[in-house]
Write a protein that binds this ligand. Structure first.
Ligand SMILES: Nc1ncnc2c1ncn2[C@@H]1O[C@H](COP(=O)(O)OP(=O)(O)OP(=O)(O)O)[C@@H](O)[C@H]1O
Length: 462
């Protein structure tokens, strides 16, 4: 039986992460402990809960070694809304720009979309039935059952006068069409559908973004007041299905419930990954941009400590949101952060640079390994891609050497190298007669040696 995430021990969480991320044991262990501690803290009695401070994480390590990937996978495993932001994108409150509180609003938005999608999947079957009815209505409008409501029942158009025989015939025709529709025979038939189009509200001096920062959502406030216009569209049955499914599914949702659950999930399970924290950790010289960087750190404090942020969906407590800050710290040190903020990120982990051996494993082992991705892609055209061990080794070696020579971008280098190696195969796939391509060391060299020799060319292509 699959265990509920909350029941997984830190060790089991690490094992799960091992399926996607090679090495970096210390970082995996740290996030597993942090997430487990959050669950523990939530179970404490109220008076204790306030005393135990959240244990956020600072990940220190070069670019492209798995920092974001670990956090993202953890979020996926635990069904947590996940937001990645860059610390340098924010400005101090009072200055023009995005202030740090907006990250909580963004997290909530992600949470709402996440819950909405799940709920829509739950009602998908029912929504599909409703779409079927709407398509049938469009195919034979005469067979539509009039459903006047409210004042329309009194003053709206009355159902046309059909005799019982006519009605029976129409119903039969509708059922015949339904069978054809289900058999997929009508997919390219053109029909006319009506969709609601929200009138865009006029936004004055302040743009929606600034208002959003104040917790005001003008679009949805006015959107409810402004009349919705209906728009007719001529589309094929299959297009109509794509357009109507989310509309019908949304009608079946109880949005109040969705929002409650989304707020709850953001507050209790949310994970915010703050990249480039090192870039705002420059020691202050007392004036200019340094001051504003310190300002951003100060603004971050209450959020990381636990405060209430107003969002358009309602207030959100930040006490249990897990914050993972990350940076290379080439030019600064964690001790350059303001002391209070240092204290809020007590778990420190260093991620190691990746070795050539790590590259070999990253290419082949993770569930979504790069090589597996290409094999899956090409298999759709009946081409079997076979990588020999020396072929994989050669790709890893070249990527590793390029990182040393150009700029060390970690595992990201593997993507560009593999793409170049497989460029011709991808291009010729439909016409390959043997349908089996072997990628060995010689093949890799034949595709890359010319580019590697040329420094300029490599820095553009690889
Ligand atoms: N240890 C690893 N195991 C498997 N894949 C990895 C590893 N490290 C990096 N990758 C892959 O490389 C890519 C970049 O990694 P990631 O986004 O985690 O970088 P990062 O360390 O967060 O760097 P940055 O701070 O620049 O964002 C991802 O697609 C990831 O799958």
């Amino acid at each position: 039986m699959v265990k509920n995430f909350d029941e997984l021990s830190p060790q089991e969480i690490v094992r799960e992460l091992d399926r996607y991320i090679i090495g970096q044991y210390a970082a995996k262990k740290a996030v597993a402990i942090a997430i487990r501690n959050r669950i523990r803290r939530q179970k404490l009695p109220e008076e204790w809960r306030k005393e135990v401070l959240p244990k956020n994480i600072l990940m220190i390590g070069p670019t492209g070694v798995g920092k974001t990937e670990i956090a993202r996978r953890l979020a996926q495993l635990s069904g947590s809304p996940f937001l990645k932001v860059e610390a340098t994108r924010y400005t101090e409150v009072g200055y023009v720009g995005k202030n740090v509180e907006s990250m909580i609003r963004d997290l909530v938005e992600i949470s709402v979309n996440m819950v909405k999608k799940e709920k829509m999947d739950e009602v998908k079957e029912k929504a599909e039935q409703m779409v079927e009815e709407r398509i049938l209505d469009a195919l034979i409008p005469e067979s539509r059952r009039p459903q006047p409501t409210g004042i329309m029942a009194l003053f709206g158009p009355q159902p046309s006068q059909q005799s019982p025989e006519e009605r029976k015939l129409l119903r039969q025709k509708r059922e015949e069409l339904r069978q054809k529709l289900r058999a997929g025979e009508l997919e390219n038939e053109m029909i006319e559908i009506e969709v609601e189009k929200e009138a865009a509200p006029f936004v004055g001096v302040m743009g929606p973004a600034e208002l959003e920062d104040l917790g005001i959502d003008l679009t949805s406030m006015l959107g409810n007041l402004l009349p919705k216009t209906r728009q007719k569209k001529r589309v094929t049955v299959s297009e109509a299905r794509k357009i109507l499914l989310p509309i019908e599914a949304e009608k079946l949702l109880d949005m109040d419930k969705v929002i409650q659950e989304a707020l709850d999930r953001a507050q209790n399970r949310g994970i915010i990954f703050i990249d480039e924290i090192d870039k705002i950790a420059i020691k202050s010289t007392g004036a200019g941009p340094d001051v504003s960087r310190q300002g951003v750190q100060r603004d971050l404090l209450p959020i990381v400590e636990g405060t209430t942020i107003m969002t358009k969906y309602g207030p959100v407590r930040t006490d249990y949101i897990l914050f993972i800050a990350s940076g290379a710290f080439h030019m600064s040190r964690p001790s350059d952060l303001i002391p209070e903020l240092q204290g809020r990120f007590p778990i420190r982990v260093e991620l190691s640079p990746l070795t050539k051996e790590d590259f070999v494993r990253i290419l082949t082992e993770p569930q979504n390994a790069i090589i597996k991705q290409y094999q899956a892609l090409l298999s759709t055209e009946g081409v079997e891609l076979v990588f020999t061990p020396d072929g994989v080794e050669e790709i890893a070696k070249i990527a590793y050497e390029l990182n040393q020579r150009l700029e060390n971008i970690g595992a990201r280098r593997l993507y560009t190298v593999v793409e170049k190696v497989l460029e011709d195969v991808s291009f010729q796939a439909p016409d390959i007669p043997t349908k089996k391509v072997i990628i060995d060391a010689a093949y890799v060299q034949s595709k890359l040696s010319k580019i590697i020799k040329d420094e300029d060319l490599s820095s553009y292509i690889l």
